[in-house]
Design a protein around this ligand. Structure first.
Ligand code: SF4
Length: 274
């Protein structure tokens, strides 16, 4: 089911896969509750939701709503990984602070947390430690990756962008092409070949990909690069070079002419043979 594809986390892509087709998201509406599996009304939810429903039926809605916050009632399962002594699955009441979660997991000198997996926000423990995990503040889909100061955040962002390049189903251009461009940009920063113009373009292109993609993958994939740029600007600033003249520092004139030279050499070879 879904063949392990990340995109099949989208309910309509999963339904396509269940129907034996390629797992790509459908245009919505219609939503699965009206027209889902084989065109029939379909309820697609995760196991955590069904488990919560069973507990609510047993204990009542008031019991459930007594936990959490006004907009995020009840509890949430958190999958905690990374630089901590007690990784694993935790059940927390919504509203707990980032710092409290880190303390429970035994985080060692935590520096950054990727909240909600690759498609979420990369937050700073120093600046965001007292924020509440809830829809009103720091929303979370259940994944929590902890990074200490030994980690290279730019390299992590590059790996996340590579992941999205691989996992994009390719149906819409902003996601298919935009993630490749953002992946190239972050690697340009890492290689010390980016200037301020590159970062300005990252922000513009990142917002464009988010706004114009068909499904949640493209709607969130630029977040690792956009949120690290926002929360850890010093990492990017330390890698920038100055733009001297009209060409970007990353533009390699010799390399860009290589294809032309090869084509000319090939033509000359053919003329010699004939
Ligand atoms: S946003 Fe990406 S994954 Fe989603 S439909 Fe478009 S190309 Fe496919």
């Amino acid at each position: 089911m879904g063949a392990g594809a990340y995109i099949c986390g989208d309910e309509t892509a999963l339904i396509e896969s269940l129907e034996g087709k390629r797992g790509t998201p459908r245009v919505k509406p219609p939503y699965p509750v009206n027209m889902g599996y084989l065109g029939k009304p379909t309820s697609a939810n995760n196991v955590e939701t069904f488990a919560a429903v069973a507990a609510i039926i047993e204990h009542g809605a008031s019991w459930f709503k007594a936990m959490g916050t006004a907009e995020s009632t009840g509890t949430r399962l958190l999958s905690i990984s990374g630089d901590c002594s007690a990784p694993g699955i935790y059940e927390i009441a919504w509203g707990i602070t980032l710092a409290d979660v880190l303390a429970k997991a035994g985080a060692r000198d935590p520096w950054a947390v990727q909240v909600s997996g690759p498609s979420g926000d990369c937050v700073s423990v120093e600046k965001d430690g007292q924020r509440a995990i809830a829809l009103e503040d720091l929303s979370c889909n259940g994944s929590f990756m902890i990074f200490d100061r030994s980690r290279d955040l730019l390299d992590i962002v590059s790996q996340f962008m590579q992941f999205f390049v691989n996992e994009s189903c390719g149906i819409c251009v902003p996601c298919r092409s935009g993630n490749v461009d953002l992946f190239k940009k972050i690697n340009r920063v890492i290689d010390g070949k980016a200037c301020q113009k590159d970062l300005d373009e990252v922000v513009v292109w990142g917002k464009l990909v988010r706004k114009t993609s068909r499904c949640g993958l493209g709607g969130t994939s630029p977040k690792p690069i956009l949120t690290t740029l926002q929360n850890f600007p010093e990492l990017y600033a330390a890698k920038l070079v100055k733009q001297a003249g009209p060409l970007l520092p990353s533009f390699d004139l010799e390399e860009s002419r290589r294809g032309y030279r090869e084509a000319i050499a090939m033509l000359n070879d053919r003329r010699t043979v004939s």
